[in-house]
Unconditional design. Structure first.
Length: 133
């Protein structure tokens, strides 16, 4: 679903709606990004199928990230340590910190992600292409 909202407008999206990006065993659903927030933040859901990896270890030079586990148990790399984060766990990862996430269970897992400041969605077409190859 394509949505173009002015940042002054309320944004209401039912479950499962937003800009959907399929990345193999991982699906990203962008709820609000630079178009709706004047580039202040991006909010997205990331869903991982059972026994699957996320995007791979990486860091962001200028962006903090917040993860909130929506469903299941998500394994999250912070620096050089993996933790298993159960539903309801809140994690803030400061800029310049290596991080990753994965699903090491036999059930689907999902996290809500806040990317501050916004603009991460600009990377999604390249990320989708990478997963397709």
């Amino acid at each position: 679903m394509e949505h173009k909202n002015n940042s002054a407008d309320a944004l209401i999206l039912p479950e499962g709606e937003g800009r959907i990006y399929n990345c193999g065993t991982m699906t990203a659903i962008f709820k609000a990004d630079e178009n709706e927030t004047n580039e202040k933040y991006s909010i997205s859901e990331w869903w991982l199928e059972p026994n699957s990896d996320g995007a791979g270890a990486h860091q962001h030079e200028d962006n903090d990230e917040v993860f909130y586990v929506l469903e299941g148990t998500t394994s999250i790399l912070i620096g050089d340590k993996w933790i298993d984060a159960d539903k309801g766990t809140f994690i803030r990862i400061p800029a310049k910190t290596i991080h990753d996430f994965a699903n090491r269970t036999d059930k689907r897992t999902g996290v809500l992600n806040f990317f501050v400041p916004g603009g991460f969605e600009r990377n999604m077409p390249a990320i989708v292409d990478w997963f397709e190859k």
